[in-house]
Design a protein around this ligand. Structure first.
Ligand SMILES: Cc1cc2nc3c(=O)[nH]c(=O)nc-3n(C[C@H](O)[C@H](O)[C@H](O)COP(=O)(O)OP(=O)(O)OC[C@H]3O[C@@H](n4cnc5c(N)ncnc54)[C@H](O)[C@@H]3O)c2cc1C
Length: 367
C-alpha cells in the first residue's frame, strides 16, 4: 500500500534549515517552476556541498550512495521551496543515472564526480523541428568518417544549452528502416566543440532559456557515444522514466499555493489541490521505492507526470479569484501572473500528456 516514508524527519529538517538559511541570506527568491527556469551555478554548488546532488550515485564516484527515497525527500523540499535548481537538475536527475547504467567506466569516472560536485551541467538535445512527440523521426545524424563520428543537423527547444557544458544528443547512426526505433544513438557533445552553434529562442516576454542548437560537421569520438551504438532509443526511454516521476511534476506551483493560503479568502479549491498533491506524493514515493528495488518505473512514472502536470495547471485556475482580488503588486498576484505564463508548458515538456497516456495504455495492455 502506498504511503509517505517514515524515518526521514532529520534529513527533511536539515533541508528545511538549509532553505531557511538561504532565504535569510537572500541567495534566492522563491519562484514557481524555479527547478526549471532558475539556473544558478552558485546555488547548485551550495546544494552539492550539502551532499544533495548525486545522492543516489555511488560513493566511490563522489556520490552520496543513498536511496531514491532519500533523494525524493530532499528534492521535494527544494522544489516546494521554489529554489533555483536548473543548473544541476538534468545531470543529477537523468544523465548521471543513465551513465551509471549504460556509460563506459571512463565516462563514469569523468562525469559522475563532476555532476555530484554540482559544477558540470547538461542540456538535452532530443526535439527537432519535425520530431517532437514523434521522436523516432529525428534527422540529426552522426556518420562514421576517418575513424570518428561526424555530427550534422539541428535540435530545438534545448533548455539552458547556452549555459551548459554538454548536450546529450539523440541522433541517427544508421539509415531509417521500417523498424523506426533502431539505428538511433546517444552522444555527449561538448557545447564548445568546433561546429556547434547555439542560437537563442526568446519567449514572448523576452526571457531566454530555449535554444536551437546547430551541428555542422562536429567531430566526435567513440568515447562520446553513450552505451551502445544503435540502442539509443531504449536507453533514452529508460532515462525518461526518471524525468517523469519526480516532485517537479506536481510542485512547480507550490510557492503560489503557499502564498494563497495566507489569504483570508482561501477556500475549498486551494485545499482540494493540496489534498490531491498529497496523493501524488504517495505515488512518487512508490515510484522511488520501485527504482530502489531496481524495477523499471515507466508506467507509474508516466502516471505521476500526467496527473501531476494537469494538477499544476488546475492549481493556477484554483487561485485565479484570490489573485485577481489582491493588489496587482502583491506577492500572490505577481506569482500568479508568472504561473499563468508558465503553466501551458507543464503538460508539454518531457513528452506531452497525450503521448504519456499512450505509454500508460501500452503498459496496461501488455500487463
Ligand atoms: C518548457 C519546455 C522545455 C523543453 N525542454 C526541452 C529540452 O531541453 N530538450 C528537448 O529536446 N526538448 C525540450 N522541449 C520540447 C518538448 O519535449 C516538446 O515540445 C514535446 O515533446 C512536444 O513536441 P512538439 O513541440 O514538437 O509538439 P508536437 O509533437 O508537434 O505535438 C503537438 C500537439 O499534438 C499532440 N500529438 C502529437 N502526437 C500525438 C499523438 N500520437 N496522439 C495524440 N496527440 C498527439 C501533442 O500532444 C501536442 O498537443 C521542451 C518543451 C517545453 C515546453
Amino acid at each position: 500500500m502506498a504511503s509517505l516514508p517514515e524515518g526521514f524527519e532529520d534529513l527533511r529538517a536539515e533541508v528545511r534549515d538549509f532553505l531557511a538559511e538561504q532565504r535569510r541570506l537572500g541567495t534566492f527568491e522563491p519562484r514557481c517552476d524555479n527547478w526549471h527556469v532558475g539556473f544558478d551555478p552558485a546555488f547548485s554548488r551550495r546544494v552539492a556541498d550539502r551532499g544533495w546532488v548525486g545522492m543516489t550515485m555511488p560513493a566511490a564516484l563522489g556520490g552520496g550512495g543513498r536511496s531514491a527515497v532519500e533523494r525524493l525527500v530532499v528534492t521535494e523540499e527544494l522544489v516546494a521551496a521554489g529554489a533555483p535548481l536548473a543548473a544541476h537538475w538534468v545531470g543529477d536527475r537523468q544523465v548521471g543515472p543513465s551513465l551509471l547504467r549504460h556509460g563506459s567506466p571512463e565516462q563514469q569516472a569523468r562525469f559522475v564526480p563532476a555532476i555530484a560536485g554540482g559544477g558540470c551541467y547538461f542540456a538535452l538535445g532530443l526535439s527537432e523541428p519535425d520530431a517532437g512527440s514523434d521522436l523516432a523521426a529525428v534527422r540529426t545524424s552522426a556518420e562514421r568518417r576517418d575513424g570518428a563520428w561526424v555530427l550534422n543537423g539541428a535540435k530545438v527547444w534545448s533548455s539552458h544549452a547556452h549555459r551548459c557544458d554538454f548536450l546529450v544528443v539523440l541522433c541517427r547512426t544508421s539509415p531509417r528502416t521500417e523498424a523506426r526505433h533502431d539505428g538511433l544513438s546517444q552522444f555527449i557533445v561538448p557545447l564548445d566543440s568546433p561546429g556547434v552553434r547555439v542560437r537563442p529562442i526568446r519567449q514572448l516576454d523576452g526571457r531566454h532559456h530555449f535554444n536551437e542548437v546547430l551541428f555542422s560537421d562536429v567531430r566526435l569520438l567513440d568515447g562520446d557515444v553513450v552505451g551502445r551504438v544503435g540502442e539509443g532509443w531504449a536507453q533514452m526511454a529508460a532515462e525518461l522514466a526518471y524525468e517523469r516521476s519526480g516532485p517537479e511534476r506536481f510542485l512547480s506551483t507550490f510557492v503560489l499555493l503557499q502564498e494563497a493560503l495566507k489569504h483570508p479568502a482561501t477556500g475549498g479549491p486551494v485545499r482540494e489541490v493540496l489534498a490531491r498533491i498529497h496523493g501524488l506524493r504517495m505515488l512518487a514515493y512508490s515510484v522511488a521505492r520501485q527504482i530502489d528495488r531496481g524495477e523499471p518505473p515507466s508506467l507509474a512514472a508516466s502516471l505521476v507526470k500526467d496527473l501531476g502536470t494537469r494538477l499544476e495547471q488546475h492549481s493556477v485556475s484554483a487561485i485565479a479569484a484570490i489573485a485577481s482580488s489582491a493588489p496587482p503588486h502583491s506577492r500572490v498576484a505577481t506569482l500568479y501572473r508568472d504561473a499563468v505564463r508558465l503553466s501551458p508548458s507543464f503538460t508539454l515538456r518531457g513528452g506531452t500528456n497525450e503521448v504519456l497516456r499512450s505509454v500508460i495504455m501500452k503498459g496496461l495492455l501488455s500487463g
